[in-house]
Every structure is written in structure tokens, then in C-alpha cells.
Design a binder for this molecule. Structure first.
Ligand code: PGA
Length: 209
């Protein structure tokens, strides 16, 4: 990020990236010239603790001295959600330098749930039960049923992809993604087809490999 200060970077939220954001801010990291695009968003009210925009604010942006040059978030209150998602794909087409991703317990990337084809555009999605339930960890009072996500297509067209996973609870899905068949059953497996992908694992997440 420091070698290309004006990069366009897609960032996830959740438990996995939070320590990375903390350490980036603690080391005086800056995104002041960068365009930051949020990876996805839940269909939750604006003030919900579990919304991805609010998590990004708390976990990263509030810790930085300066805001990013541009911040692109998902307007889930838009009247035409399909058009809003298409606009995000237009932004993505300007060229994403780096996408940082977590991995869901079911292998999702963003909210590209199992069954998503690798060329899927950004769109409105129905949440799998596991994904909906996980939002209680982020402080959702009521679990969302839907969300919006950057599609696998624009994710996989980014110049670089970093996939992060931490904790023993991710070990089985990390193994499925990295050693199982590549396909839509485990969307995270598609990162193996990307020519510039890096997978960052702690020991616990790597323990089944
Ligand atoms: P987590 O979520 O970082 O909170 O485990 C990852 C994901 O669902 O993509």
C-alpha cells in the first residue's frame, strides 16, 4: 500500500482483518491517497453495529490520521439496488490494484456464497444461514437475510488478491479451498486460479494442510 499510495483497494470487514487494520494504523500507515472500496454489505439499518461500513469505520478509518482520498461503500437504501451494484462494478472496472479477502466458514468470498460462478458480477444476494448467523458476532440484533457484494468476477480480475484466514475454526475450509477441487462449491478455491494471489494463514488456520 505504501509503494502505490494512489492504489484502488478493496477491503473486507469482520474478525479476521481487524488485527491487520490495527497494526497498519499503529505503524502509522496511510491511505490518504488511496481509493478504498468496501467488499460487501449486509441489508441492515444504517446504524447497525454489524454493518460492514460501520465496522470499517471503527476497525480502520477511525484509527487513521487522515481519511482515504475516496471511500466507496454500498448504499443498501438505494431504490434501485441492481443499478447501485452495477455502479460499483463500473468503479471496479477502473482497475482494482488489490483485493483483501477473508474466508467464510462455508468458503464464501465477500458474500459470494457456495454455488456462485467465478464470473459473477456485483449484485444483491441472499445470505446462507451460516453467514446470516455469523452477523451476531458483529453485534447484529436481528440477522440480515440479504446483502450486496462485489462479485467473484471483479474480485478475480483485480491485479492482486490477498486471502487471510486465522484460527482453528477456519482450518477445514482453508484445506478445502487450497487442496480440494477448484469450483463454485468453495468460492475461495478460485483464488488458486489467480496469477497474483497470496494466502496469509496463522498456524491454527493452516493446521489441516
Ligand atoms: P470473519 O469473517 O473474518 O469474521 O471470520 C470472514 C468472512 O465471512 O468472510
Amino acid at each position: 500500500m505504501q509503494s502505490n499510495p494512489a492504489a484502488q483497494i478493496v477491503l473486507p470487514t469482520g474478525r479476521t482483518p481487524e488485527p491487520v487494520y490495527r497494526s497498519f494504523a499503529d505503524r502509522g500507515g496511510s491511505l490518504a491517497d488511496a481509493t478504498i472500496m468496501l467488499l460487501d454489505e449486509f441489508g441492515l439499518p444504517p446504524r447497525s453495529h454489524a454493518r460492514c461500513d460501520n465496522m470499517l469505520q471503527r476497525d480502520l478509518l477511525d484509527r487513521l490520521e487522515e481519511p482515504p482520498a475516496r471511500l466507496l461503500t454500498w448504499n443498501t437504501a438505494a431504490e434501485d439496488l441492481d443499478a447501485m451494484c452495477a455502479d460499483m462494478d463500473v468503479e471496479a472496472q477502473r482497475g482494482i490494484d488489490l483485493v483483501i479477502l477473508g474466508i467464510g466458514g462455508n468458503g464464501h468470498l465477500g458474500i459470494n456464497e457456495p454455488g456462485t460462478p467465478s464470473d459473477a458480477p456485483s449484485r444483491v444476494v441472499e445470505l446462507h444461514a451460516e453467514t446470516a448467523a455469523a452477523t451476531s458476532r458483529y453485534g447484529a440484533e436481528t440477522a440480515p437475510t440479504w446483502g450486496v457484494t462485489l462479485g467473484l468476477g471483479p474480485i478475480l480480475r483485480a491485479s492482486a488478491v490477498w486471502l487471510l484466514a486465522t484460527g482453528a475454526h477456519k482450518a477445514a475450509i482453508v484445506r478445502a479451498a487450497l487442496e480440494g477441487p477448484i469450483g463454485s462449491e468453495v468460492p475461495a478455491s478460485y483464488v488458486r486460479r489467480h496469477e497474483n494471489a497470496i494466502v496469509f494463514l496463522d498456524e491454527a488456520a493452516a493446521s489441516d494442510l
